[in-house]
Design a protein around this ligand. Structure first.
Ligand code: SF4
Ligand code: SF4
Length: 213
């Protein structure tokens, strides 16, 4: 089933143009601002926030973009042209990733765009993933009739953490068949919450199939 989502478009700015970057973010986009730093310009994300502050106040696509480059905390800018927006520095090892988002989106003129995706013909996020299973997930998997789903070969253990098992040859989740989930009603919370059309989704599509938005 095809669904349509609105996602932010990424732009790259230098610190000198922070006012333009702030305007872009306030119009719905996301920005990478390159600031002078030791060893060369460093990438800082500039992201939207509502007036409440806190992680929950950040729109989901921006929050998931932070997670995609292993960031969770940000600072709310207190003064200047970008006052009220969120910022966080990107680790050097992920600067290439955020640069890629800006390059990919350079063909889009507006700060947001509509994207149509069909998860039933994709399943990129079900391959080479790391789906942690908590107690509730395990109880749901077992239900009253499938206790075997909570053990090998359906579950693997990594340093004491239980995860969905992957097919050793393909790297796909053992429950995936023809791009469809074989345990859809019982699937773990991490699968339920995985957000389509955010950067982790777009990264999975690119890494598995070379598909670019
Ligand atoms: S990678 Fe994105 S489009 Fe593909 S199945 Fe997962 S959420 Fe859907
Ligand atoms: S349980 Fe289903 S949704 Fe989750 S990774 Fe496996 S196939 Fe994908």
């Amino acid at each position: 089933m095809v669904e349509t989502f609105t996602r932010p478009v990424w732009r790259s700015f230098t610190q000198k143009f922070i006012g333009n970057a702030a305007e872009w973010v306030r119009s719905g986009g996301c920005a990478v601002v390159w600031r002078p730093a030791k060893g060369g310009p460093a990438a800082w994300l500039l992201l939207p926030l509502d007036d409440e502050g806190g992680t929950d106040a950040m729109p989901e696509p921006a929050y998931w973009a932070m997670l995609a480059v292993y960031l969770e905390k940000y600072k709310r800018i207190a003064r200047g042209a970008a006052k009220g927006l969120a910022t966080v520095r990107v680790a050097r090892s992920y600067e290439h990733e955020v640069e890629h988002w800006c390059e990919r989106d350079s063909k889009y003129a507006e700060p947001t765009r509509e994207i149509s995706l069909d998860c039933t013909t994709c399943a990129a996020c079900c391959i080479k993933n790391r789906v942690v299973l908590d107690r509730e997930d395990l109880a749901r998997l077992a239900g009253t009739d499938r206790p075997e789903l909570t053990k090998k070969p359906y579950v693997r253990t990594e340093k004491g953490v239980k995860l969905l098992a992957l097919d050793q040859k393909t790297g796909a989740c053992v429950h995936l068949t023809d791009k469809l989930c074989g345990i859809y009603e019982r699937r773990p919370d991490n699968c339920r919450w995985f957000p389509a059309a955010t950067e982790p989704c777009l990264i999975a599509r690119r890494e598995e199939f070379g598909w670019e938005d």
